[in-house]
Design a protein around this ligand. Structure first.
Ligand code: CMP
Length: 242
């Protein structure tokens, strides 16, 4: 991927203030001083994607890291028959593309926009320098990677040791963490992924997803309103299945 080589002495873009505001709110840039933030804004590029666009392809060489300004993306892996499994859904302020930047290997997964999305792209070289210059960026990155490893561990446990209800509950809890909004103990998940996607994530069939979700609804753990799924008591639901 070729990025414009913007020298720090070039005039700032007119929307610098807006870009600075966004960057300041991204957790892993939050401890950076204003002059360092200006450098990031100058070397980064804002890019817009339509819903459904493929942003990164599994196995391609990686040259940049992306921070999500707005919208949602899914991280997917695909098999030779074209079947895919969603590993995670990321939203505003999340980042992706760091793995191939760090280890120099190919992209570990594909990334697809599930809503229209605006991203902030930072070239590998600039991001590596930023990590060296500003240790808090590296620490924030490690924290996020640790959280992703914890989630992956929980997915492995769920897929290997739990029954169908436990696996479906785990996927619902993962979606709640990734894209849910919590209010007074209730979590709402807008735009629930397709049943087939949920089935692939839970290592089960569409029929099982439907059966288990309806069983949870009957027990008042969940409510389904159109494409919105509501967990009535998030902490209770979690304590039953984690
Ligand atoms: P990279 O391998 O460069 O490109 C694909 C990106 O998807 C990867 O970096 C991570 O940013 C992201 N990714 C891969 N696996 C996961 C996961 N399990 N959870 C969240 N993000 C992931």
């Amino acid at each position: 991927m070729n990025l414009p080589n913007i020298s720090p002495r070039q005039p700032l873009p007119t929307d610098l203030g807006e870009a600075m505001e966004f960057i300041r709110n991204v957790p892993f840039f939050s401890d950076i001083e204003a002059n360092e933030l200006t450098k990031i804004v100058r070397v980064g590029v804002r890019k817009k994607y339509k819903k459904g666009s493929i942003i990164l392809l599994e196995e391609e060489t990686g040259a940049a890291l992306f921070v999500i300004i707005s919208g949602k993306v899914k991280i997917v892996r695909t098999d030779d028959d074209g079947r895919e499994v969603i590993l995670s859904i990321l939203g505003e302020n999340d980042f992706f593309g760091e793995m191939s930047i760090l280890d120099g290997l190919a992209r570990s997964a594909s990334v697809v926009a599930i809503t229209k999305a605006e991203l902030f792209m930072i070239h590998r070289r600039d991001f590596l320098k930023l990590m060296q210059d500003v240790p808090s960026v590296a620490i924030s990155l490690l924290k996020e990677l640790t959280m992703r490893l914890r989630k992956a561990d929980s997915q492995i446990k769920s897929l290997s040791l739990k029954d169908a209800a436990g696996r479906v509950a785990n996927v619902i809890l993962q979606l709640a963490d990734d894209i849910g909004t919590i209010r007074k103990g209730r979590v709402e998940i807008d735009e629930l992924p397709l049943q087939q996607d949920l089935a692939n994530m839970a290592g089960t069939s569409r029929e099982t997803i439907s059966r288990v979700v309806h069983m949870f609804i009957k027990k008042s753990h969940l409510e389904l309103r159109g494409n919105k799924l509501i967990i009535n008591d998030y902490e209770k639901f979690k304590s039953l299945f984690i």
